[in-house]
Design a protein around this ligand. Sequence first.
Ligand SMILES: [Zn+2]
Length: 112
Amino acid sequence: MGRQSGLEIEKTKFAKLATSLPSTTDILRGSLLQRRIRHRSGCAVCARGEGHLISVLTVSYPGGRTKQISLRPEQKPIVERWLRNYHKIKATLERICELNHPRLRAERNSDR
Ligand SMILES: [Zn+2]
């Protein structure tokens, strides 16, 4: 009976975790970096040697490959939000996987 109520608690946890998930399509994996670019000609700012800071999304892949995508300034807050969504979903999936461990044990114990 203690096990039964435990499973009920888990169901509630699952439901809460599932409803706390952000959009599962507005997600991005990677890191947001700032990089300074310099125009070769025709830019007064770069002629003074200052350059411009631009945001870059860097995504790494197995084997050490990386992909970099330069962002327009207005894209930065969107990318930040989508990166947060990805981390939240990933953390939630990890949590659900952990919650499934006792479910395996419960099934094994009731199946003898
Ligand atoms: Zn410039």
